[in-house]
Write a protein that binds this ligand. Structure first.
Ligand SMILES: [Zn+2]
Length: 105
């Protein structure tokens, strides 16, 4: 069976599908395309049922990742690592858009 693994914490993509939980912030990057698809599905069903999911483990992980990237960017700015700043800024834009769509930011 096709599966992906997060090399940082050893969480499989199938684990994520099963539990809806990411093992670590790196999982978000490793499984980004699959998470985006799942989020779309959740948004559709939430809209269909007319309720906002309040228990949202994925959203919580995304918030954590956003905070982590913000401090990482700050560190990169302080150390004048401009290529890192640029890369992290790009990730933050994606993440911010997703958090805003989920009403978490
Ligand atoms: Zn992980």
């Amino acid at each position: 069976m096709y599966d992906k693994i997060c090399r940082n914490c050893g969480t499989y993509l199938s684990d994520y599908y099963r539990t809806g939980m990411l093992g670590c912030p790196h999982c978000y990057t490793a499984f980004r395309p699959e998470i985006a698809k799942t989020l779309k599905k959740i948004q559709k069903s939430a809209h269909h049922e007319g309720k906002i999911p309040t228990l949202d483990p994925v959203g919580k992980e995304l918030c954590e990742e956003y905070k982590r990237l913000l401090s990482e960017k700050e560190a990169a700015v302080m150390e004048s690592r401009f290529s890192d700043v640029k890369r992290i800024s790009g990730e933050l834009i994606d993440l911010k858009a997703e958090l805003e769509r989920r009403g978490l930011l």
